[in-house]
Design a protein around this ligand. Structure first.
Ligand SMILES: [Zn+2]
Ligand SMILES: [Zn+2]
Length: 704
């Protein structure tokens, strides 16, 4: 039943010939004939109506039934891919693997002694690939033999040596969750059947490398065409395929971005075209039809058809991926139960950006996905608090740490089941079923799950400080500019309610002034990348607004004085306080005396206290997404949407979470505040617009 292929040199040639003749496919949409999604088959002919005639394989790789299937309900596979996927069960998991383009490509190219990480008995385990194994009845007509992997556990601990005596089962492609390919370009993929002998290699994680930067990009890559007449196209430089993120220069000179949903030769054309689902709507775009024929289905006004040559890999990802200068170190062999630090800046693009990255959304979970991604991806300060928080061997904090935080940082992807497991333990049932407010979740998370002390201690009217986890900005519209910054909003919110921070918080989570999911007070808010809280700190030395000496008074009524930089907090030394309030317009003012530290030398230099923005949670039509600043570089921004795309229908499908690099957001935020407030959002990129118009919560961390 099982046959080792390792030394079968003739296999490769045989396979190539067959690949040219046979067209394998996987059913991606439930067809009228009742073929379920994930079913694998072989098309032997094509009808005039564009249906594939062939057979589908059942368990064990035997042909189960023959008939026709609509070509648009299928996705083409090579024989090798079909054999690997056939061994994956249940069938729905095949599509999940196929959607993870980078990982699946890497699995198809595995060579002997490559390092992989598998999920085995609910644990993650690094393994060496030993062999590719053909499973199924041999040489029987109509049988497609399945392919599995023979793996060997890597002894990360010595006691595993003893476990090695227990033979491992054959693993399917879907058991592999991570691939660490070799740096050696000379090695051959496994299916070539050439024994390469043992080799020690430096490895790195690449399961999240965008497809066009993978090793395939160096070779001539083969595009399998969805259309029968000209099924294989060679293309140098890039390997763009269904699922790749691409950009196209449109006729009006604008670059548009989208995901390739279809590749083939449309009716009436001679060369290869791509059908893209764009990030943004455009009036000239369709919902997946081209010249009245449907090639795929998406939202109205988002489908663009262009010659494939006009598509390039999405540059926003390509440019940002640094070439490794030295062989990456071995990171796979780390203890899989050990805490993983936030993803370092230089690793984010290769490790976290792409489709099926981040936290997978499911059933109204976006409030939670976006919040967790914001808090745990990269903030060093928040992580320090997290590490200090109580952990137990089991229970909800353990699920959070092991199945969500460590997993996100280690593998770049958290499946929806892990999040649901966590949600169900949050106490109130509604957290597992309904869309909740992120602030409610944050308080629950920090207070009851992690037992972290309240982040904020705020004094109101000089009374004793009150504890809080987040701060809701409360202002009147007239008190600030039409396009306010978070800096102005926070200061105004504090000054108008006479609030002061008792101490500098480690993390400051600020809620924008908006009510419920619908009403927002300001159409645009500038998320200040640096937040200066010096002037809203209790008992902290401050500078006189006019002369720079130690301030002793603060005047709320002077705040909006149009002659004195309206909106800026006004604090004065006693001399300036007297002078400014001798003016007839200001005679009625009632300046407060400030609390100044005792014995503070009057000429000592005053220190300013700044916090830095590390994430912005946004909401649009009840859907939460987040922006995360993942390092000191001003352009180090990613955008995360846990439900960016969906595979399958409402009942049987799943969400595809996407993390996108968005350096343009950093560029935008590097402008002057004036430039940002007057920017024409219709000319801005989609993500800049969302950051500016949809912000719900800004997260700051202390840096000093
Ligand atoms: Zn002064
Ligand atoms: Zn005044």
């Amino acid at each position: 039943m099982r046959r080792l292929l390792w030394s079968n040199h003739s296999f490769f040639n045989m396979e190539l010939n067959e690949e040219q003749q046979e067209r394998y496919f996987i059913v991606v949409r439930r067809s009228k004939k009742g073929l379920s999604r994930g079913t694998i088959g072989r098309g032997d002919a094509e009808t005039a109506a564009g249906d594939l005639v062939g057979m589908v394989y059942g368990g064990g790789g035997s042909a189960r039934s023959s008939g026709t299937v609509k070509k648009q309900d299928t996705y083409p596979l090579t024989r090798h891919q079909a054999q690997l996927l056939l061994f994956v069960s249940p069938a729905s998991r095949r599509l999940e693997l196929l959607c993870n383009v980078q990982l699946f490509n890497a699995i198809c190219d595995l060579a002997q002694d490559d390092l992989v990480v598998i999920k085995h008995k609910k644990d993650f385990q690094p393994c060496l690939v030993k062999n590719l194994v053909q499973i199924g009845k041999k040489d029987k007509p109509g049988v497609l033999q399945m392919l599995g992997f023979e793996l060997e556990l890597v002894d990360t601990e010595h006691d595993i040596l003893s476990k090695k005596t227990v033979p491992l089962p054959f693993f399917s492609a879907a058991d592999i969750v991570q691939v660490a390919p070799s740096n050696l370009n000379s090695r051959e993929p496994l299916r070539n059947g050439i024994d390469l002998g043992l080799r020690r290699k430096a490895v790195s994680r690449i399961n999240s490398m965008p497809v066009f930067k993978s090793r395939n990009a160096k070779k001539e890559s083969i595009l399998i065409n969805n259309n029968g007449s000209d099924s294989i196209q060679a293309m140098s430089h890039y390997s763009l395929e269904v699922g790749s993120m691409a950009e196209v220069l449109s006729l009006n000179g604008l670059t548009v971005y989208g995901v390739i949903r279809w590749i083939g030769i449309p009716e009436g054309k001679k060369n290869c075209w791509a059908g893209l689902e764009l990030d943004n709507e455009a009036t000239t775009c369709s919902d997946g039809t081209f010249n009245t024929k449907r090639y795929f289905t998406c939202t109205v006004n988002k489908a663009l058809f262009v010659p494939l040559n006009n598509c390039k890999p999405d540059r926003r990802f390509v440019n940002e991926i640094p070439e490794p200068l030295e062989p990456p170190s071995v990171t796979l062999l780390e203890d899989l139960n050990e805490d993983v630090p936030p993803v370092p800046e230089q690793d984010v693009l290769s490790h976290l950006v792409g489709r099926m990255r981040g936290i997978q959304g499911h059933f109204n979970s976006c409030y939670l996905d976006a919040t967790l991604f914001s808090l745990f991806t990269s903030s060093i300060t928040f992580n320090r608090m997290f590490n200090r928080s109580a952990d137990s061997e089991e229970g909800i904090s353990h699920i959070l740490r092991r199945d969500i935080v460590n997993r996100l940082r280690r593998s770049g992807f958290v499946p929806a089941e892990s999040v649901m497991k966590f949600r169900k333990q949050l106490g109130c049932k509604s957290f597992a079923t309904e869309e909740k407010d992120p602030e409610e979740f944050i308080t629950l998370l920090l207070k009851h799950v992690l037992h972290i002390e309240p982040l904020l201690k705020i004094r109101s009217h000089g009374d004793l400080p009150q504890d809080a986890y987040t701060h809701q900005i409360i202002v009147e519209k007239s008190q600030v500019r039409a396009v306010p910054s978070v800096q102005q909003l926070l200061e105004m919110s504090f000054v108008s309610s006479d609030l002061k921070f008792e101490e500098i918080p480690s993390c400051l989570i600020v809620q924008m002034p908006r009510f419920g999911k619908k009403f927002k007070m300001f159409p645009k808010i500038i998320p200040s990348t640096e937040l200066d809280i010096t002037d809203i700190l209790h008992c902290s030395p401050r500078e006189c607004f006019l002369c720079g000496h130690l301030a002793e008074y603060e005047c709320v009524q002077c705040l909006m004085d149009h002659k004195l930089q309206p909106g800026k907090i006004k604090q004065y030394c006693s001399t300036c306080n007297t002078q400014i309030h001798t003016h007839p317009f200001r005679k009625e003012h009632t300046p407060h005396k400030l609390t100044v530290p005792d014995h503070f030398p009057e000429d000592a230099p005053l220190q300013r206290h700044q916090m830095e923005l590390f994430a912005v949670l946004c909401i649009n039509t009840s859907h939460y997404v987040s922006f995360v600043k993942y390092g000191p570089n001003p352009r180090s921004w990613v955008f995360f949407d846990s439900m960016a795309d969906r595979c399958g229908d409402d009942n049987n499908g799943y969400n595809v979470p996407v993390v996108r690099s968005c350096p343009e957001v950093g560029d935008f935020l590097s402008q002057s505040e004036e430039g940002m407030s007057t920017a024409d959002v219709s000319q801005c990129s989609e993500l800049v617009r969302r950051l500016l118009c949809d912000s719900y919560m800004c997260l700051y961390q202390r840096t000093e």
